[in-house]
Design a protein around this ligand. Sequence first.
Ligand code: PGA
Length: 257
Amino acid sequence: MNDINPRPLIIANWKMNLLVADTVKLVKLLVKSAAHESLAAELVLCPAFPALAHVKELIKKTDIALGAQDVFWKNMGPYTGEISPAVLKELGVTYVLVGHSERRNYLKETEPMIHHKVLTCLTEGLIPVICVGETLTERQQGNKDLVVWQQVKSALAGVQLAAHQRVIIAYEPVWVIGSGQAVNYSDAAQAAQVIKEALFDLLSTKAVTDNFRIIYGGSVDSSNARDFARGDILSGILVGSASLRVAQLMNIIRTVG
Ligand code: PGA
């Protein structure tokens, strides 16, 4: 939606799928493959926390950016097991996934938690990638738009954005994630329209236009990536399974560019 960076955005979410050694191998191969071409997309890699420092080192001579899969909503303190925004920044992280459906589901992340995480990211200078999307039951009950609308409104309620602050909203229909079958473009674009309307309710037209972009995630591969990154209402993709193999990821990058 914005023109701060007109290149399509590709975010690779490796979830809990790789050992640190596997991550290092994958990034080395990726950097080698990408060295021979100029990337037409803005690429963000989201490895597991223990691999962040390794990945940062491996991508330092490239324009690939680093993302984290989660963050805590306080910067320091007695929060056993949590990861602070300050530490993420120290490790070179720029983007942070917030409210991924797997965290909402398995970790019982609530809307208030997600809201606090978004606020903290913005205060600390990280770019939140807010994941929203309906479950199959919610869709079957005809509540898709309502769910997406409420998730956006709750995540961003009361937020004021300075000109330089960026926010990404990823529409990820939960029932499609990992299924091998993405929704079609018009379905995703319709959800993006709902997201945009929720944003217009919260913020000025200028802020929505300048500070936000909406991307799609859920079984993206090289056969459908181009649609979701075409740069109208959707300008990027969040890729899980298909980002775990360098050849597939490079194909997606080439398709999108
Ligand atoms: P998938 O995962 O590409 O494997 O469907 C996407 C995601 O969960 O972000």
